[in-house]
Design a binder for this molecule. Structure first.
Ligand SMILES: [Mn+2]
Length: 385
């Protein structure tokens, strides 16, 4: 029996840092499309169902359009979907999961989607699900606590699959205001040995195995929603889990699913035209001819001549148009070449020459003067016949 394990879709995430509202909307809809794109994987691998371990919605109060869109996407998967609430979309009385509009849309658009909202065994034909839903944003008690005593009357031969959301012992979740963090701590070592066959986890956005016996994995988010944070964090996967019944270790295979590229290369130092050319080649290799599919965060250092700075500006403007988002930490200092300096200081306008000479004298120690000098150069060039 095979199934897919995924988590942390965070549909409805606003991405307010993206200035262009049209691009922001494209990113949001692309992430929703990536949920629909799980269907070919379900078919290709013959997955019997999909489990989603929390944070399907980014917020505990999604707007109606987001609710409908997610129900539509889940309904398109073609197999039963079982989910638990996470810290972003926690359950409990009055939660979104109990709202009339959500229930109606789920029934209408995704009748095979079953949110598991209580910690009790949920037997299926070919497995037993043991959901550990979060019923508030910050749960002080370990959500898997109820499994420290093995529930009675579990079918003897079916694989026992724990579904949980939170951070695990010795492996802390991301330290941001949205993470489950110090609350929602899961202590896998307290689960009785041999009682369960697989622990499907959500909350950490990278794909990661955190325990061996039973195997416990974070699926990670199938579509990254932030710039990478370190080598250890590999988002952009779902897990294909294959099990032969209770007591047999399952096989777990990460499948790459990311469609949007979030690139944050190391800072680039630019010291001359060769470096500028190398940067253009690096970006062409990284991004290819793609448009509307990538976000890039770039830190640029060094010093360039005035004409080179102008070329750099053109290069960045092109990618600014092509990419969903381009953030540049631009620290490159203008360093006019002798020729550029001469064209200003030796020019025919005595006032410009005087200003340029003063700025050039100060440019060695004062970044503001360098910036003014660069601006002056561009103005003079733009207005010269
Ligand atoms: Mn979470």
């Amino acid at each position: 029996m095979k199934f897919l394990h995924t988590a942390d879709w965070q549909i409805g995430k606003p991405f307010e840092s993206i200035e262009d509202p049209a691009k922001r909307e494209r990113l949001r809809s692309a992430r929703l499309e990536s949920i629909r794109a799980l269907r070919p994987l379900v078919e290709e691998h013959g997955a019997a169902f999909v489990v989603v371990c929390g944070d399907l919605f980014d917020s505990s109060l999604p707007d109606r359009a987001t609710v409908s869109a997610l129900c539509g996407a889940v309904g398109s998967l073609g197999v039963p979907v079982y989910s638990i609430p996470g810290n972003h979309d926690f359950g409990g009385p009055g939660s979104l999961w109990e709202e009339e509009f959500f229930r109606a849309e789920r029934t209408s658009l995704a009748p095979d989607w079953q949110p598991l909202l209580a910690p009790r065994p949920h037997p299926l034909a070919d497995a037993v699900l043991l959901p550990c839903p979060l019923l508030r944003r910050h749960e002080a008690l370990d959500p898997t606590q109820w499994l420290r005593t093995v529930p009675e009357d579990l079918p003897g031969d079916l694989p026992r699959l724990v579904l949980a959301h939170g951070s695990t012992q010795g492996f802390s979740s991301e330290k941001d205001e949205n993470s489950a963090d110090a609350a929602n701590r899961i202590d896998l070592a307290h689960l009785p040995a041999g009682a369960y066959d697989y622990v499907a986890l959500g909350d950490w956005h990278g794909t990661k195995q955190v325990a061996d016996n039973p195997p416990a994995w974070y699926a990670g988010t199938p579509e990254p929603d932030r710039f990478p944070r370190g080598e250890d964090n590999r988002p952009g996967h779902v897990l294909l889990v294959e099990t032969d019944g209770h007591g047999v270790p399952p096989r777990v295979t990460p499948i790459s699913t990311a469609r949007i590229g979030w690139h944050a290369p190391d800072p680039v130092s630019l010291q001359g035209p060769e470096d500028l050319k190398a940067l253009a080649e690096t970006l062409a290799t990284l991004l290819g001819p793609r448009t509307d599919r990538d976000l890039l965060r770039l830190t640029l250092e060094g010093a360039l001549g005035l004409a080179e700075l102008d070329q750099l500006r053109d290069l960045l403007e092109t990618y600014h148009a092509r990419l969903l988002s381009l953030e540049v930490d631009q620290r490159v200092l203008p360093e006019p070449t002798e020729e550029e300096l001469h064209s200003l200081t030796g020019g025919e306008d005595p006032l410009i020459a005087r200003v340029a000479r003063t700025l050039a004298e100060e440019a060695g120690t004062d970044p503001a003067s360098r910036e003014l000098l660069r601006e002056l150069y561009l103005q003079v060039r733009a207005h010269s016949p």
